[in-house]
Design a protein around this ligand. Structure first.
Ligand SMILES: Cc1ncc(COP(=O)(O)O)c(C=O)c1O
Length: 471
């Protein structure tokens, strides 16, 4: 079989999967054990024709796929892998570019340079920032914090990239109590420790309490990194960047913002106020595979001080004159040397949607989230637990019952919704209480899809809550 035919079959399977989405439940049909069974076979001793392998791959994989691209999928925070981004990413794979170096693949490097300019404009960040195209916000946080670590220790007269942490001045890390778990992982990877941090008190939405931050920063002497957040994973809340960044800067701290999805509020004239002052930070982590709808995997490590970014990541030695090196090598901004050419999908998504399309998508998701919250709150015993200002909604069922019964009812409602499959939402524990989480971030989720999902959620709730239930 020729390449053309093989690629056409793969494209056909991909399109069939996406087109059939509305007839498929929003849950995998196979569990993990079934999926292992479906792929299992003795180690192949002989080759097999490519079309047979493709066929077997599709047959084994499809039942265990989750409809994460679906219009009524509200789990975690997951973008919709827009067909435009998928098509560009197919090409990135087919072109097989190692995107590490501009001489080796001028196009893979150039598309990142142009997408960098576009991203900075969309996100309202200084045009001189550098961006590393990484796998997601986890590695973006890691990359930005590596730049932070290097820069603040350099100011203290220590080259951590050359000498390591042994013998360096201790770094104080200030972080909100409701920061995303992956930021703690990034600190762990960097030798800064996930527990060796000053956790700052947060309010009912997960925002850092400015007075508590002020007290913590007052105690700082020496190198300091302050980590803030744009978009709390459950509530979607933003830290008060204006006051916190000014306070952190008064002590010379590097301010990093985890904005995996929330930073995209900057793309909307109506929502930008939520992130007011965020552009004053030193580094920002965000995702393409969330609100920009690129396929997995795609994130952006954005750093104000390009030299600090390059010094932390560059594969060549840290004593080389980085600023005069000339053309942009993608590998200078990310941990890896060899990697896929993520810039093509980013460029294609921005080119396709344009600034106005991205703004409409962000606003659309936020409006849908607000509408879902309103509709759910009308039902007796249902409480919305967060201020729905962005795209996240957290819901408690049986809010009129004693807590254990409400928690149990919420868990059962989530379970029934997931089994029925008309929509998917997961759970979390927020302030000690079980909640259902709704993350509205798929480009296809409009008011009609949301209404169908609300019906499914209320159907699950009513089925789990017999009328005679006592408080
Ligand atoms: C606030 C926040 N930070 C970091 C992450 C990690 O992002 P990723 O899974 O893309 O690495 C997430 C993921 O949902 C997030 O919501």
């Amino acid at each position: 079989m020729g390449t053309n035919e093989l690629f056409s079959i793969a494209a056909h399977h991909a399109a069939r999967f996406r087109d059939a989405a509305s007839n498929r439940p929003h849950r995998p049909l196979h569990d993990y054990a079934d999926a292992v069974e479906a792929f299992s076979a003795p180690l192949p001793e002989q080759s097999s024709p490519m079309e047979d392998v493709l066929d077997k791959l599709v047959t084994a994989a499809e039942p265990g796929l989750h409809l994460m691209t679906g219009s009524r999928f509200f789990g975690w925070v997951i973008g919709g892998s827009h067909p435009m981004g998928v098509a560009a990413d197919f090409l990135a794979s087919a072109w097989g570019q190692n995107a590490g170096n501009h001489l080796v693949s001028p196009s893979a490097a150039a598309v990142e340079a142009v997408a960098t300019r576009w991203l900075l404009q969309l996100l309202g960040l200084p045009s001189s920032c550098s961006i590393g195209f990484v796998t997601g916000a986890t590695v973006a946080n890691f990359t930005c914090l590596a730049a932070a670590r290097g820069a603040i220790l350099m100011q203290a007269g220590w080259d951590v990239d050359a000498k390591g942490l042994f013998g360096a001045s201790p770094i104080t890390v200030l972080i909100g109590d409701d920061a995303h778990t992956t930021v703690f992982s990034a600190l762990q990877f960097l030798g800064l420790g996930h527990d060796r941090v000053v956790r700052i008190q947060t309010d009912d939405q997960g925002r850092i309490v400015p007075a508590a931050f002020g007290r913590a920063i007052a105690d700082v002497s020496g190198p300091c990194i302050a980590i803030l957040q744009a978009g709390q994973i459950n509530t979607g809340a933003f830290d008060d960047f204006g006051s916190l960044i000014a306070s952190a800067k008064s002590k010379g701290a590097w301010v990093h913002v985890d904005g995996a999805f929330g930073l995209w509020a900057q793309a909307s004239a109506r929502r930008r106020y939520l992130a007011s002052g965020v552009d004053q930070a030193d580094s920002w982590a965000t995702d393409g595979h969330k609100w920009l709808q690129t396929p997995y995997d795609c994130g952006y490590a954005i750093v104000r001080d390009e030299l600090a970014h390059r010094r932390a990541m560059t594969i060549s030695a840290s004593y080389l004159p980085l600023a005069t090196e000339g053309e942009r090598d993608p590998s200078h901004y990310v941990p890896e040397l060899s990697r896929r050419a993520r810039g093509f999908a980013t460029w294609a998504m921005i080119r396709h949607l344009g600034r106005s399309g991205i703004e409409a998508m962000v606003d659309g998701a936020c409006d849908v989230a607000a509408g879902m919250a309103q509709a759910l709150a009308k039902e007796a015993g249902v409480a919305i637990e967060n201020d729905v200002l962005l795209n996240q909604v957290i819901v408690r069922f049986g809010a009129d019952l004693v807590q254990e019964r409400g928690d149990e009812l919420t868990r059962r409602t989530i379970g029934t919704l997931q089994r029925e499959g008309a929509a998917f939402a997961g759970g979390a524990v927020w302030r000690g209480r079980q909640v259902m989480r709704l993350s509205v971030i798929n480009y296809q989720t409009n008011a009609g899809e949301a209404a169908t999902a609300v019906d499914a959620i209320l159907r699950a709730y009513r089925a789990e809550r017999p009328d005679n239930v006592s408080p």
